[in-house]
Design a protein around this ligand. Sequence first.
Ligand SMILES: NC(=O)c1ccc[n+]([C@@H]2O[C@H](COP(=O)([O-])OP(=O)(O)OC[C@H]3O[C@@H](n4cnc5c(N)ncnc54)[C@H](OP(=O)(O)O)[C@@H]3O)[C@@H](O)[C@H]2O)c1
Length: 244
Amino acid sequence: MATSYSMSNSRVALITGGTKGIGFEVARLLAERGIEILIGSRDETKGEIAAEKLASENLPVTYVLIDVTNQATIDLAVTEVENSYGRLDILINNSSIYLPEPRPTELSLDMIRLNFEVNFFGAFSVTKAFMPLLRQSSAGRIVNISNDLGSFYVHQTSRQPQFHCAYSASKASLHMLTLQLANDLKATRIKVNACAPGSIHTDLTTHHEHATELATKPIIYLATLSDDGPTGKFFGQHCEEVKW
Ligand SMILES: NC(=O)c1ccc[n+]([C@@H]2O[C@H](COP(=O)([O-])OP(=O)(O)OC[C@H]3O[C@@H](n4cnc5c(N)ncnc54)[C@H](OP(=O)(O)O)[C@@H]3O)[C@@H](O)[C@H]2O)c1
């Protein structure tokens, strides 16, 4: 981490893949609320540049090196956060890949593995590793960033079949992880939810154009949920509960 804010009592949030796109905007919006932000980046230079940009606006942002597919970087990040803060209040599993895919019958196992590696195993590994620090929080919040494409309901009711089997399956699995974790943690102060942000133009999707607000709104809502807020649910871009 480039800077330490260890003396502060503010909430501490880690956003994986926070160097650009939705993650970066969420970093800014949460930091503007006084939450100390750790931008997770698998690339030191990108992490440094992104954190510096927000820090130069006087926002409490630093970065932590974390490749969600590399357990050694995850473990190191846990140690750094533990040494600096002793806890983690908000974990946003945002890192993701979304690649052009052929139809399911043409899909390769490698493509499935690639998507699961980042979008599901990555989120699982980071969550598991940070669980002891999340348990130290007085109000732990885990937000898993998904997509409509991870919803069985959306695929069942869509007029046109949407063929992104590898990506969709990885996000559908993230939904199950969300639900299972929430149930397991029901007696604790940790809440676990998933959301499908509205589509916006980022490096991940080049064909949609909507307001950034719709992409970040449900994430901010779930990251800052009050103690009587929901757990184990899936939310849409207007912060409404939607079907898995
Ligand atoms: N954009 C949309 O319209 C949309 C719609 C619905 C849902 N979502 C979801 O929203 C989230 C953010 O998407 P986005 O559009 O903002 O994407 P993006 O701009 O491409 O950002 C994705 C982030 O994930 C990081 N990442 C990729 N592989 C990683 C790894 N192995 N370890 C750590 N970080 C990794 C990227 O880092 P590098 O720069 O190093 O590659 C980047 O910072 C994703 O979960 C996506 O599925 C997006």
